[in-house]
Design a protein around this ligand. Structure first.
Ligand SMILES: Nc1ncnc2c1ncn2[C@@H]1O[C@H](COP(=O)(O)OP(=O)(O)O)[C@@H](O)[C@H]1O
Ligand SMILES: [Mg+2]
Length: 390
């Protein structure tokens, strides 16, 4: 009877789910050597204790802006070890779009206790600066999707951050990398900001082509999957399909959902048809689709996503238990099983989940199994959690 445990940790294709989680940063970026070198060239003086560096990175969705800054940040920290103490703060302005939220995030990263309430942004910046100086530390601040902050609160914060050391004896508190999809980002700034940022410090990322996307999919498959379970032909097909948008996220989601599809059909190998079936759905399903769900539906989805990040499928009994745990966490009353079931059917009709009926592992009856072949559960879970926190 212990055979029922065989599923645990033993995907037929997948051996390591980690590379499909939304915040996984590869040790090596695929095909972005020249961009990394260019970024490094903007930081040539960063070893110098009095200097601050600036860079602006623009590029379309999925061109690897975020992962580039993360990789660069970590590599730089290692490189400067023993030479200059650097703290990394990566703030995504999509999740923290206001000036005070951004400053709170920075203060949290610096672990400067509970930032005092009621400070103006100028006062908070100076308190951040004092904290840095007392720890003899340089801050590398990455403001990702910064256009969202600027559109909401104008570019005042950027201006103040760029002037953080102005009129002070000690210079070089903070280096700044601004990241945006918007190729016209600089148009949002006044000349005073542009001249401080340095109009030539702009790194433009291009969308990936077929080969780049195939290579990115291959890197994930090599790390995540059993040898030989994902053929070169499959990887190339993914490259071709994702090349329409040039978005690396699409290539990775196609691979992820094709693997799920292969595994839930009990195969140890991904076939071309797995990608074809995934692609229509992956393209049709936008992660933003969860934003329109009711609160109960979001809570149910969250329970599902948390499990399906790690396993190919989940039975409805477990799904209900996870839903109850999520309700407890968010202090929401649980709905009856009938309502829960109705919501599951709705989620299925939206293409967010798929169900199949199969023999139960326990007892004799049949049970429903839920899979999520069309979207990466880790991404959805993250999105729903953020929504629920609002
Ligand atoms: N050169 C690359 N090598 C490996 N993975 C990459 C590369 N570029 C992008 N990715 C992956 O593709 C996905 C999208 O990249 P991301 O940096 O989030 O794009 P952007 O911020 O430009 O929208 C992420 O999972 C990222 O890890
Ligand atoms: Mg990004």
């Amino acid at each position: 009877m212990s055979g029922y445990l065989d599923r645990i940790g033993a995907g037929k294709v997948l051996v390591n789910r980690e590379p499909f989680s939304f915040d996984w940063t590869p040790e090596q970026l695929v095909g972005r050597d020249s961009e990394l070198t260019e970024l490094a060239s903007l930081f040539t003086h960063v070893e110098n204790h009095n200097s601050s560096c600036r860079a602006v990175i623009t590029g379309p969705v999925g061109s690897g802006k975020t992962v580039l800054t993360r990789r660069f940040g970590h590599d730089l920290l290692n490189h400067l070890e023993g030479k200059r103490k650097v703290t990394l703060a990566h703030v995504n302005c999509r999740n923290h779009p206001s000036t005070s939220q951004v400053l709170q995030r920075i203060a949290l990263t610096l672990d400067s206790g509970h930032p005092e309430r009621g400070l103006s942004s100028g006062e908070m910046i100076q308190s951040i600066r004092r904290n840095l100086i007392s720890h003899n530390c340089h801050l590398l601040l990455i403001l990702d999707e910064v256009d969202l902050l600027i559109r909401r609160d104008n570019s005042d914060l950027i201006y103040k951050l760029l002037r953080i050391d102005e009129g002070q004896e000690k210079q070089g508190s903070l280096s700044l990398i601004l990241v945006s999809q918007d190729p016209m980002l600089l148009k949002l700034f006044e000349p005073a900001i542009i001249s401080r940022l340095g109009a030539s410090n702009i790194l433009k990322m291009s969308p990936y082509d077929k080969k780049g996307l195939t290579d990115i999919a291959r890197q994930r498959a090599d790390i995540a999957c059993r040898n030989g379970s994902v053929s070169e032909e499959v990887l190339e097909k993914i490259g071709v399909m994702a090349a329409e948008s040039g978005d690396a996220r699409l290539a990775i989601e196609l691979l992820d959902s094709s693997i799920r599809r292969a595994e839930s059909s009990g195969r140890g190998e991904v076939l071309i048809e797995d990608i074809e079936q995934s692609s229509a759905r992956v393209a049709a399903i936008e992660p933003s689709q969860v934003d329109g769900l009711t609160k109960d539906q979001k809570l149910i989805m969250l329970g599902l996503c948390r499990r399906l990040k790690k396993e190919a499928e989940i039975n409805t009994g477990d799904a209900e238990k996870l839903y109850k745990i999520v309700c407890e966490e968010y202090e929401v009353k649980t709905r009856s099983y009938t309502t829960f079931w109705k919501h599951l059917k709705f989620l299925e009709s939206q293409g967010l989940i798929e169900t199949r009926s199969g023999k139960s592992n326990v007892g004799r009856g049949r049970t429903q199994y839920i899979t999520m072949n069309n979207v990466a559960p880790a991404n959805l879970a993250n999105r729903i959690e953020k929504e629920l926190q609002r």
